[in-house]
Design a protein around this ligand. Structure first.
Ligand SMILES: *[C@@H]1O[C@H](CO)[C@@H](O)[C@H](O)[C@H]1NC(C)=O
Length: 286
């Protein structure tokens, strides 16, 4: 009886929430949270962050999400961006927070950016993987995506998966699935570590540094007042909420292997100096 009722409630909840993919206006979805005018929304569909010697800037989503498939196009700081970091991530609050990170570490003109990724669950990260990109991320906009559902987290670049973090709770690894997260982004100075480990400093004569965002698009479960409503139409009404159980098909798995083989420059799961006692358990599932 109880399970019958909860099933009806579940179906009702999902049907109520049925909306399709959202192509959002930045003004409706995000707040510029810091930077004293250095973050700007232009005509609703373009957002820019800038950094100068006095300050960087940042924004965050108004909504909190518990699972989502989120696309954003970014065009990174061009020219000499050494010392700058553009962070684009999902994060919950509190001391046992969950976090899913993209961080773009700038470089001297013509030298490659590093795309740094990490996954935190319950306050524990240390799961870095880093990549070079197969294009110049400052010449044009490219799409950076996070698929986050109960089974996996997939980081993709222009539709090519570069990293998959699978739910490994069965072997004791906490997975982010209970704490709603907001989307955040910031542009800031990190010249103590970002470029060649801190050797190359920010050249302030090149400031202001600017990164741009457009074409934000998502399917997600939005959490408000303790209730979650998921986009996509529930299967029960003939629709498609496939992102909530999406996995990598054979083609995507091949793309993932291609990206990791050719562009991955650091993987914590193969850093045996760092883990002399053995790799973290989730490394078995890669
Ligand atoms: C910057 O360029 C140097 C030289 O090519 C490279 O070793 C480094 O990985 C690049 N990226 C960063 C963020 O340091």
């Amino acid at each position: 009886m109880a399970s019958y009722i909860s099933r009806i409630l579940f179906v009702a909840l999902i049907s109520l929430a049925a909306t399709s993919l959202v192509f959002a206006d930045f003004n409706n979805e995000f707040d510029i949270t810091w930077g004293d005018g250095r973050g700007k929304v232009i005509n609703g569909d373009l957002l820019t962050l800038s950094l100068d010697k006095a300050s960087g800037s940042g924004f965050e989503s108004r909504n909190e999400y518990l699972f989502g498939k989120i696309d954003m196009q970014l065009k990174l700081v061009p020219g000499n961006s050494a010392g700058t970091v553009t962070a684009y991530y999902l994060s919950s609050k509190g001391s046992n927070w969950d976090e899913i990170d993209f961080e773009f570490l700038g470089n001297l003109s013509g030298d490659p950016y590093i795309l740094h990724t990490n996954v935190f669950s319950q306050g524990k990260g240390n799961r870095e993987q880093q990549f070079y990109l197969w294009f110049d991320p400052t010449a044009d906009f490219h799409t950076y995506s996070i698929l986050w559902n109960p089974q996996r987290i997939v980081f993709s670049v222009d539709g090519t998966p570069i990293r998959e973090f699978k739910n490994a709770e069965s072997i004791g690894v906490p997975f982010p699935k209970a704490q709603p997260m907001r989307i955040h982004s910031s542009l800031w100075n990190a010249d103590d570590w970002a470029t060649r480990g801190g050797l190359v400093k920010t050249d302030w004569s090149q400031a202001p540094f600017t990164a741009s965002y457009r074409n934000f698009k998502l399917d997600a479960c939005v959490v408000a007042s303790g209730k979650s409503s998921c986009s996509g139409t529930a299967a029960s009404s003939g629709g498609n909420q496939s992102w909530l159980s999406e996995e990598l098909d054979i083609t995507k798995q091949e793309r993932l292997r291609w990206a990791q083989k050719n562009y991955m420059i650091y993987n914590y799961c193969s850093d045996s100096k760092r883990f002399p006692q053995g790799f973290p358990p989730e490394c078995q599932m890669a």
